[in-house]
Structures are given as C-alpha cells and as structure tokens.
Design a protein around this ligand. Structure first.
Ligand SMILES: Cc1cc2nc3c(=O)[nH]c(=O)nc-3n(C[C@H](O)[C@H](O)[C@H](O)COP(=O)(O)O)c2cc1C
Length: 346
C-alpha cells in the first residue's frame, strides 16, 4: 500500500509525524527512538524566545558579575557556560538529529517579538532543519489590540522569517480568527508553505474550594480533532498550502479522517505519550489494512475526498448543516454522541 505523502516539499513515507513535544524530541536518543519506531518525520519541541532571552540575560549577568571582580573573575566562566547552555543545547540536538536521521527533522520556534523570529530562524536553517514550524501562540488580553493588528503581526512574522531563511515554513495557528481562510491565504502569500492546525490553548480550570487555578495539562481525546478536521476540510484546495492536523489524533481512524478532509500529515503527541512510540507502527498497519479492505491503491487517492473543495459557498453549506443539526437533535442517554469507529459501520 502506498502511504506516501508530501508535506512542505518533503517526501514522506506516510503521514504519521510525532508533534512538537519535549519528551518526544528531548535529545538525540529520543529522535532515534522515533525514527526506529517508524515516524516519517519528527517536529522538535519549540524553542521559546523567553528561554533565549533568559539565557542572554544570564550571560550578561555573569559577564557583569565577572567584570566587577578581579583576578578570580576567571572562575566564573565554567558557571557561565553551564548557565548559557539550554539554547545552545537545543541547536546542538537539532544539528545532531538532522545529520544522524534519515527522516526529516523539523524545528519549531515560538517568539514574542518580530525581531525574535527574524533573528533566530536562520539558526534552524544553519543547524540543518528540513523545515521550520513557527509556533505562534499569543492570547490577546489587551482591549486596545484589534483583530487586524494581531493579524498584521502574524503576517509580519512570516514575512520577516521568509526573508531570512530558504527552508520550508509552516505556521502553527490557533483557531480563533474571524476569518481563518483570509489569514491562511495572507500567511501563504507572505511565504508560509504549510499550516499546522491547531495549537491547543491550555485552559486552566478553577477549584472553587481551594480558590486555586488548576493548571494541569489535560491530554486530548479523539473528540478534540473535530475542530481541526472541519477547518482542514474548509481550507483544503482553497488556500495553496499543505495542511497538518494536530490535536486529537489517536488512531488510524483519526488519521484517515484527517487525510479525507485534506491533511497531508497528522501529528501526534498525546497518543504517543500515553501509549508509547509503538503506536506509530500499529496505526500504520491498521491504516494499510483499512485501505486494502476498502480497495484504495494509495493514501493520496483519498486526500481531500471529503473536503469542501467543490462546495461553492462553504459559509452557506456550514449554515445549512448547523441548522439541520440543531433541528435534528434527539436526546442521547449519555448526552455525548459517539465518535464513529470503522467497525461500527456506516
Ligand atoms: C507535554 C507536551 C509538550 C508540548 N510541547 C510543545 C512545543 O514545545 N511546541 C508546540 O508547538 N507544541 C507543543 N505541544 C503541543 C503538541 O505539539 C500538539 O500540538 C498538541 O498536544 C495536540 O496534539 P495531541 O492531541 O496529539 O496531543 C506539547 C504538547 C504536550 C502534551
């Protein structure tokens, strides 16, 4: 079965890619384990601008500190090196993994300022990354910042980064835009080759007894993939970018749904953290079996088959569905509609 796919100009043997996530790409061993487990590419965890700045501040601090002492200032150098390490360590691992692995290694950067993106993106290219994921994670809490201001920042980030690197760029977005197709097209025009949908906003809960904020990271379930699934189906064929689906991919059914909607790859974190990297091979085999049973010759044959590419007016289409879903509601005893699995039939 031909499961090959193309993502950001990279030829991948299948669409199963470990998502940016520290435990899955912490060091060269972690990368090797992912490759041995059959991953078709790996996205490295994100380097955050705050970490870079923290390193730089520490660097300045130790330099100043040293300059005010005299002869023994030399003693501070080993300390300085160990404190300045995390960012350098990131690029060291990226460089090692890019050179050692046969599969593409995609870097991931998360900055705050436009200057930060522009300054650090070239280091990913120098370290040998096959592509760079721009993980733009900003939650606007300032009532003075309008939607267009926020969108301008996104497009500037991509434009400035594109100016400085030649490797393919993808943008990891959140879903909260007034017009996702419009910002997607704008990002593509500024140089994005792909979109990764969606970044998960971690939503802290409140404990009403202790009055504490519960910041625990709750891992996704398959139900969480419905939002990116819908948007990928809408964007596929309308904006000329490759689409990666992240959030809620846990089984071969989820992967196949993503491909039917139009994704080129599906990225996984929660499933691999919970059940191990062995899931990559299991899911691949299950996909193969399913495709054979359903007489497909390749995965590409099904890509986008359930997208809204041929729907003339997706807004009207969505509205009609919205209405019919609301009108057609009948109570389910559990209150939760099941996620359809293939063995449950149509
Ligand atoms: C422990 C952990 C660490 C993560 N670190 C990053 C990161 O560094 N950069 C990033 O873009 N996303 C990060 N993510 C988000 C994942 O890449 C992924 O988009 C998200 O978990 C949804 O996918 P899933 O449903 O397969 O978990 C992290 C997720 C987890 C669970």
């Amino acid at each position: 079965m031909d499961l090959s796919t193309s993502y950001l100009g990279l030829d991948l043997k299948h669409p199963l890619v470990p998502s940016a996530c520290n435990p899955l790409s912490r060091d060269l061993d972690a990368f090797r384990r992912a490759e041995d487990a059959g991953a078709s590419a790996v996205v490295m965890y994100s380097l955050f601008e705050e970490e870079i700045r923290m390193d730089a501040d520490k660097f300045d601090f130790f330099l100043d500190f040293g300059s005010e002492s005299f002869a023994e200032a030399v003693d501070y150098f080993p300390q300085l090196r160990s404190h300045a390490a995390p960012v350098e360590r990131y690029f060291e691992v990226l460089e090692e993994a890019s050179a050692a692995l046969d599969i593409p290694v995609i870097g991931s950067l998360n900055c705050v300022s436009v200057d930060g993106w522009a300054e650090y993106a070239p280091r990913f290219e120098q370290a040998g990354a096959a592509a760079l994921e721009l993980n733009i994670y900003s939650l606007v809490g300032d009532a003075q910042r309008s939607g267009p201001m926020v969108e301008r920042l996104y497009t500037e980030i991509v434009e400035e980064t594109r100016r400085r690197v030649k490797i393919p760029l993808s943008v990891k977005l959140h879903p909260f835009f007034s017009s996702l197709p419009n910002i997607a097209a704008a990002l593509q025009r500024k140089g994005a080759d792909g979109l990764v949908l969606f970044n998960r906003f971690y939503q802290p809960d409140l404990d009403i007894e202790t009055l504490e904020v519960d910041n625990r990271l709750v891992l996704s379930t398959s139900r969480d993939m419905l939002l990116p699934l819908r948007w990928i189906a809408i964007l596929y064929g309308r904006v000329p970018v490759d689409l990666a689906l992240t959030t809620g991919v846990h089984s071969h059914v989820d992967v196949l749904k993503g491909i039917l909607a139009g994704a080129s790859v599906t990225m996984m974190a929660a499933e691999l953290l919970q059940h191990g990297l062995g899931r990559i091979e299991e899911i691949r085999l299950e996909m193969e079996r399913w495709l054979e049973e359903h007489e497909y010759e390749s995965l590409k044959q099904m890509q986008g088959a359930m997208s809204q590419q041929h729907v003339l007016d997706p807004s009207a289409f969505e509205r009609a569905h919205h209405m019919s879903i609301l009108r057609g509601y009948s109570p389910d005893p559990t209150g939760v509609a099941p996620i359809r699995q293939p063995d449950q039939g149509a």
